[in-house]
Design a protein around this ligand. Structure first.
Ligand SMILES: Nc1nc2c(c(=O)[nH]1)N[C@@H](CN(C=O)c1ccc(C(=O)N[C@@H](CCC(=O)O)C(=O)O)cc1)CN2
Length: 294
């Protein structure tokens, strides 16, 4: 039997397009003050997914009038060579903010590289100082960048008129780029959700899912969130991205949520086309905010 899709769509593509149009105006206002924001990227290696994401970031910059600076290093680059690229962007006045595309090759220590980024130029909000500010300033308006995917998740919900005040949110996944920071963001007083963070050590994920008004699935495990376990009418953000064989040898993007969830949820984000485009838009927002702060 084929399920009927009843959930409304949290359209990340359209929302990101609207945000980019707003950012374009802010970039024009900066230009009137003689400021052109610049985004730097450091890509190590030739992973096709990472190359695609970095190319997308430069295309987005061109669309809204942000300059971009690209540093590509080979897979064999040493940690010192990666740190050297970081130091170059820290010192480059044309670079307002920058990112180091993740994941890095296994021989490069991600924590060391992220800590070497100038916190004022941390366009991803992943420097320990900025993550610390998210913890410490949790109830104050943000004075530092937020990680792009968590910021994108919240923005996607709010721009669809979804009030999270008092909602029970289940975050699935405890990674530093999504799971942990999104929990902190959602518990800020102005958002006011009640958050449970599930992970591979969670004993009964189905029981947690049945309680949740909102599910943010960011574990990177194809279809681990089962439609049958969702509370009817739940709001579902499908964040995880995996590439799986579609049966004909072709790799297709697959989320963490079973497609049948669209017949149980009240709102659902498609994947692709949901949180991914929002991540891209939030990176641009962080660069514009950094230029405005400077
Ligand atoms: N330094 C960082 N590295 C990584 C981050 C990050 O935020 N900062 N996040 C991901 C990759 N990422 C951005 O870098 C990213 C992932 C997905 C999308 C996106 O638009 N996805 C499309 C689907 C595209 C596909 O076919 O894969 C969608 O959801 O519609 C944008 C950016 C890990 N690394």
């Amino acid at each position: 039997m084929t399920e009927v899709q009843t959930a409304q769509i949290l359209d990340g593509k359209a929302t990101a397009a609207a945000i980019k149009a707003e950012l374009k105006e802010r970039v024009s206002a900066l230009a009137a003050r003689g400021i052109t924001p610049g985004l730097g990227t450091i890509l190590v290696g030739s992973d096709p997914g990472s190359q695609w994401y970095v190319a997308g970031k430069h295309k987005d910059c061109a669309e809204v009038g942000i300059n971009s600076i690209r540093i590509d290093l080979p897979e064999t680059a040493t940690q010192e060579e990666v740190l050297d690229a970081v130091r170059r962007l820290n010192a480059d006045p044309a670079c307002t903010g920058y990112i180091v595309q993740l994941p890095l090759p296994a021989h490069v220590d991600q924590d060391v590289v992220l800590e070497a980024i100038d916190p004022a130029k941390d366009a991803d909000g992943l420097h320990p100082m900025n993550l610390g500010r998210l913890v410490a300033n949790v109830n104050r308006p943000m004075v530092s960048p937020l990680p792009c995917t968590p910021k994108g998740c919240v923005e996607l919900l709010l721009r669809h008129g979804i009030d999270l005040n008092g909602k029970k949110v289940l975050v699935v996944g405890r990674g530093v780029t999504i799971g942990r920071p999104v929990g902190l963001l959602l518990t800020r007083r102005d958002i006011n959700a009640t958050v449970t963070l599930a992970h591979t050590g969670t004993r009964d994920l189905a029981a947690e899912l049945r309680q949740a008004d909102v599910v943010i699935a960011a574990a990177g495990q194809p279809h681990m969130v089962k439609a049958a376990d969702l509370k009817p009418g739940a709001i579902v953000l499908d964040v995880g991205v995996s590439r799986v064989d579609d049966g004909s040898g072709k790799a297709v993007v697959t989320g963490d949520v079973e497609p049948a969830a669209a017949s149980v949820a009240s709102w659902i984000s498609p994947n692709p086309g949901g949180v991914g485009p929002m991540t891209r838009a939030m990176l641009l927002a962080n660069v514009v905010e950094a230029a405005e702060r400077a």
